[in-house]
Design a protein around this ligand. Structure first.
Ligand code: TXA
Ligand code: MG
Length: 321
């Protein structure tokens, strides 16, 4: 049996492992990341190995401040001041990369994803290091992202030495990704920042942000992703009961239970109908469904507005086609 990861809050332990080019799980406001020295090939290879991630899927690089970005990417001062209004926060910018970032991190792309997470413990960690941290979400490739330390321990605990415990993630879904390498900003992934919120915070109308329709830009947008093991269907409970007579049917509901099955077989994302609360519960509940001894699950989508759009994006990738 492999040794089991230590879950703790020691910045000095985390720093020591990272300085040895080992990988450590770190908390962020979105999801937990699997972090390593972004400037060191061995550390980056280790991230891909632990996550069983295909080499074509690039990693996001995390820093403690937007003012660090110029070391790793080409960026003008106007863009920098715009980004300072949004970061730290649940957003990642795709920018033209500088040579210091290994090609391995960006899967050979000439751009790099940069992000400042809004989590005090991780910001302190980043400030204490002499390098930025490459970190994908700390889940095995294709499974649901972790939103608390125990989720990481359950799946990667035998492969990493340390999990820095920063409590449950505040936002609960991954960062919004914006590609700034084209003439117009392109949203590659919906996430923790609603598009309307981005406009409010920057004080500019971002009509030219358009949702990317072509797939290969952000490989994390692969169709089957975020999937728990139990089969999920975007179908009414009543329809599943008819289609699968005798099956143990459960439900992931948005705000209220379904009357056709017992409440113990259902999880309600937000009884208050609050999309931020729903986002925060989403991945934890997807994991929980795997422990509920169900055969099939009916999934109710969120109202398709604001954060609900990001929630529905993840649910679309989690359901069975
Ligand atoms: O909230 C988050 O962003 C979390 C936390 C840990 O920061 N990280 C995260 O990483 O979600 P990951 O690896 O699970 O998803 C990152 C996505 C991938 O889909 C990847 O393809 C995309 O970012 N990405 C990274 N660098 C890119 C680049 N240069 N061009 C296009 N897409 C990029
Ligand atoms: Mg991920």
């Amino acid at each position: 049996m492999d040794k089991t990861a230590i879950i703790g809050t020691s910045l000095s332990d985390a720093t020591r492992y990272l300085n040895e080019n080992n990988v450590v799980a770190i908390p962020t406001e979105t999801v937990y990341g699997l972090a390593g020295n972004a400037l060191n090939r061995d550390a980056v290879v280790r991230i891909f190995e632990v996550k069983a991630r295909p080499a074509f899927d690039p990693l996001i690089v995390h820093t403690h401040a937007v003012s660090e970005f110029h070391k790793y990417a080409d960026i003008d001062s106007r863009t920098e001041s715009w980004m300072s209004k949004l970061s730290p926060g649940p957003i990642t910018y795709i920018l033209p990369k500088k040579e210091i970032i290994p090609d391995l991190v960006t899967s050979g792309h000439t751009s790099v994803g940069l992000r400042v997470p809004r989590h005090e413990l991780t910001l302190s960690l980043l400030r204490s290091l002499e390098f930025p941290l490459a970190a994908p979400s700390a889940n095995p490739f294709g499974y649901v992202s972790p939103t608390q330390a125990s989720h990481v321990a359950d799946q990667l605990g035998s492969k990493i030495p340390y999990i820095l415990d920063g409590g449950p993630c505040d936002v609960g879904i991954e960062s919004t990704i914006i590609d700034l390498t084209q003439k117009q900003p392109i949203v590659l992934r919906l996430g923790g920042y609603e598009l309307g919120e981005l406009e409010d915070l920057t004080g500019q109308k971002l009509d030219n942000i358009r949702l990317s329709s072509s797939t290969p830009h952000a490989p994390g947008m692969l169709q089957s992703h975020y999937a728990p093991n139990v089969k999920l269907f975007r179908k009414e409970v009543s329809a599943l009961l008819e289609e699968y007579p005798g099956a143990k049917v459960g439900a992931l509901r948005y705000a209220s239970p379904d009357a056709h099955i017992p409440e113990e077989r259902q999880l309600i994302l937000t009884s208050a109908g609050n999309s931020a609360e729903a986002a925060k519960n989403l991945f934890r509940y997807l994991r929980k469904l795997d422990e509920m001894d169900l055969e099939i699950v009916s999934v109710e989508f969120a109202p398709d507005e604001g954060l609900g759009k990001a929630i529905n994006d993840r649910l679309t990738r989690a359901v069975t086609r």
